[in-house]
Design a protein around this ligand. Sequence first.
Ligand code: SF4
Ligand code: SF4
Length: 222
Amino acid sequence: MKMPKVRELVEAVKALTHPAYTSRFPYQPHVPHPNFRGQPKYNPDRCLGCLACEEICPAEAIAHQDIMEKDTAKRLMIHYTDTCIFCGCCEDACIADHLGIKLSNDWELAFFDRSAAFESIEKELQLCEMCGEAIACKDHLTWIAEKLGELSYSSPTLYQSRLKGLGVVDENLLAVSRQYGRADRGKILCSRCRRATTLTTAPPPSPSATQPPGSFAEGGRG
Ligand code: SF4
Ligand code: SF4
């Protein structure tokens, strides 16, 4: 009979006296390593609905669906857990400081019904106030306006989005727009309607007939 080597005997004694290296799953819940790369999860409070993660995903595991019904305008951001390869590109590309979607330590992905292998979040959509088409998610417009700072005031869509996000409507802007027959210019519009209102607005009436009280011309700017 072949005798065990001393090293093997030492290993056997160690194994008897040391705790197990493996976890006791399924009798105890398994806690993955902190660097474990598990299923990506959306954070509905940080995601802006910008679709950058959908664009970058190499496995086409992310999709979106715009739902526009009466009194409802929302974008569903959908992550398909059965096609995701956990590469982390979505987290890398996320414009919301990489916090809109993040790899988690969720590793329990078994399912019986493949059609249920997805997770989704909802984001509120901003619709064009003329044609009703989706422009972008409200959080995304606000994010752009904040990034642009004072430059956002050159775009009524961004400007109004920002004010409406703060719960403020700029009545001065709307009043001046109405005065000059250009009320549509002050609305939140998609690029097509913005172009149409810009090109088709009638020329403003003569200043003497339409000078609004307290306007720039009356108060003097310089
Ligand atoms: S981890 Fe990779 S495959 Fe999975 S959703 Fe993100 S980008 Fe797509
Ligand atoms: S904010 Fe991030 S998670 Fe949300 S849609 Fe954009 S890239 Fe994806």
